[in-house]
Design a protein around this ligand. Sequence first.
Ligand SMILES: [Zn+2]
Ligand SMILES: [Zn+2]
Length: 317
Amino acid sequence: MRAMVMHSPGEPLRFEDLPRPEPQPGQLLLRVRACAVCRTDLHIFDGELDRPKLPLVLGHQIVGETEDGRRVGVPWLAWTDGDCRYCRSGRENLCDSARFTGYDVDGGYAEWVVADERFCFPIPEGYDDVAATPLLCAGLIGYRSLRLAGAAERLGLYGFGASAHLVAQVALWEGRRVFAFVRPGDQAGAAFARELGVEWAGPSDELPPEELDAAIIFAPVGPLVPQALRATAKGGVVVCAGIHMSDIPAFPYELLWGERVVRSVANLTRRDGEEFLAAAPRVPVRTQVETFPLEQANEALAKLRSGDLRGSAVLVP
Ligand SMILES: [Zn+2]
Ligand SMILES: [Zn+2]
């Protein structure tokens, strides 16, 4: 099968011919219909997540088709032991021995993939293969971040990309007021957010017109943490949604005082996936995508890096 293969961090992915993977008991063999590119892929590619299997096929937002014609989604969480302290308390996202798709096991930048059936999701009706792919991480981990933001009425989203544009739709549907923060100077990003119906869109180094009850930071930029705290009301929460972030600068305790909370979001549970994929068609969450042929995975990663995408890049084998 054709695949884009990572041999070492920072080196362009190579277009190669690999043997088709053999499903083990409990695994599905899937023909990859489409696979969206996630910022995590870029962190792995750059060596910021330091223990990938090598060589590696990236990609963990996969829509695949089984041999009997069912469409299933393969997310980041590939496998857990089911038995550790975290798994036994409903927190399999924190499992000590978890394996991740496109990191510990090969992912979807290929024509075929195998996946543990227990960790796959059915794809909701009303989404074609390409449109469904960003739901599987950008949507799903965004949804978990939104849940961890609590019942916040005034919600700030820092970094208005693949994940935020999906979370904004769910938050607006839930009746929240949404404030979008983009890179200073990114007029197109602010316009994109306003088109989706957010109440205010502006640069991330500005304060919003009102205090926020919660903020979610999608951009991997540590200095946004004190910035978001500064914009957040007493008792508010700042959720860091990415798997990697640059260092957070020191900040005065006063920004945290007043029972403000800073927390991260790690991975997903299968329950997050079931809840989000049930909610998505009801909103309905519309994904914005730009497609690339599989062999242009390097170009897709470069476009994500430069902030040149509206929504998600999706590879189609
Ligand atoms: Zn576990
Ligand atoms: Zn992801």
